[in-house]
Design a protein around this ligand. Structure first.
Ligand code: NAP
Length: 255
């Protein structure tokens, strides 16, 4: 199988890194020269990568084409590309819908929207795909955990939650910075905070069949520090504001 990536930015390079370290069978990966620095880095690191200047050449050479450009670039370039009916197009583009993609692509190809996130480079993390597609599911299951979503309206909810990644890292940054201000070495502070949240997340995954409210409850001692922390955050409206933010990201996606 030959894979082609239109756009070689953060998410394309994360997926390519995941693919190249996985059991996925591919004979060649064609990537855009943009971004040139990332493309050159990938070619140096992995075999079977070919950098192309022409997006059409990537499409012509590949069985599967991954759209990994921003929505603005996508709106401009996709409609100019010519596809063949036996190709599969996987779009990572956040705000271009399947009906819009169909209109731009014209040829009757298999179109799937997918939401991989950067930890896919470590072969970790969920990958919601819409509509369900067995081949695409098998592919992403080798570099993450695929979640198949029946309709696009439902899948947009996952796009909204995926928009909280930077806020999550900001939380880690703020907490590490707080420790540093109190005299802890930055390397120790960051090691402590990142391993703490990794452990909490692993525990949450292990317990993810139960309602998460039990973890919230079990991690508080009556009158203890965690009870105080949660009460104060609730009083300040932190979680209400989280919901408001998810709603406003959702509004932007729900055209
Ligand atoms: N980052 C994420 O975590 C993530 C997760 C899921 C989905 N997505 C979606 O994936 C898409 C890409 O996101 P990203 O974070 O990877 O963005 P990014 O890092 O900005 O990558 C976009 C890439 O497109 C290239 N490009 C611009 N014009 C081009 C053209 N005419 N032909 C070919 N390539 C062109 C850019 O190259 P230059 O640098 O040379 O301009 C850049 O390398 C977005 O729609 C985003 O919503 C991102």
């Amino acid at each position: 199988m030959k894979l082609g990536f239109i756009g070689t930015g953060k998410i394309a390079s994360s997926v390519i890194t995941g693919v190249c370290g996985s059991s996925i069978k591919y004979s060649k990966i064609f990537i855009s020269f943009r971004n040139n620095k990332i493309a050159k880095g990938l070619k140096k690191k992995f075999k079977k990568i070919s950098i192309e200047k022409d997006n059409q050449k990537i499409v012509d050479n590949s069985n599967w084409i991954f759209l990994a450009v921003t929505p603005t670039v996508g709106e401009k370039i996709i409609k100019k590309l010519k596809f063949k009916s036996n190709q599969t197009v996987v779009s990572f583009i956040s705000t271009i819908t399947i009906p819009e993609l169909k209109k731009m692509i014209k040829t009757k190809v298999d179109i799937v929207r997918a939401i991989p996130l950067p930890p896919i480079s470590l072969k970790k993390g969920p990958v919601p795909i819409c509509p369900p597609n067995k081949k695409v599911k098998n592919f992403f299951d080798k570099i993450g955990s695929t979640v198949q979503i029946k309709n696009e309206k439902l899948s947009i909810n996952f796009w909204s939650t995926s928009g909280m990644m930077a806020s999550y890292y900001e939380l880690l940054k703020v907490m590490s910075g707080w420790l540093v201000k109190r005299g802890i070495k930055r390397s120790d502070a960051q090691k402590y905070i990142t391993t703490l949240f990794l452990a909490l997340s692993e525990d949450a995954v292990v317990n993810s069949k139960k309602d998460l409210k039990y973890l919230v409850k079990e991690s508080q001692t009556p009158k203890g520090l965690n009870e105080q922390g949660l009460k104060e955050m609730n009083k300040k409206g932190v979680y209400k504001s989280l919901i408001k933010t998810l709603n406003s990201i959702h509004k932007r996606l729900n055209k």
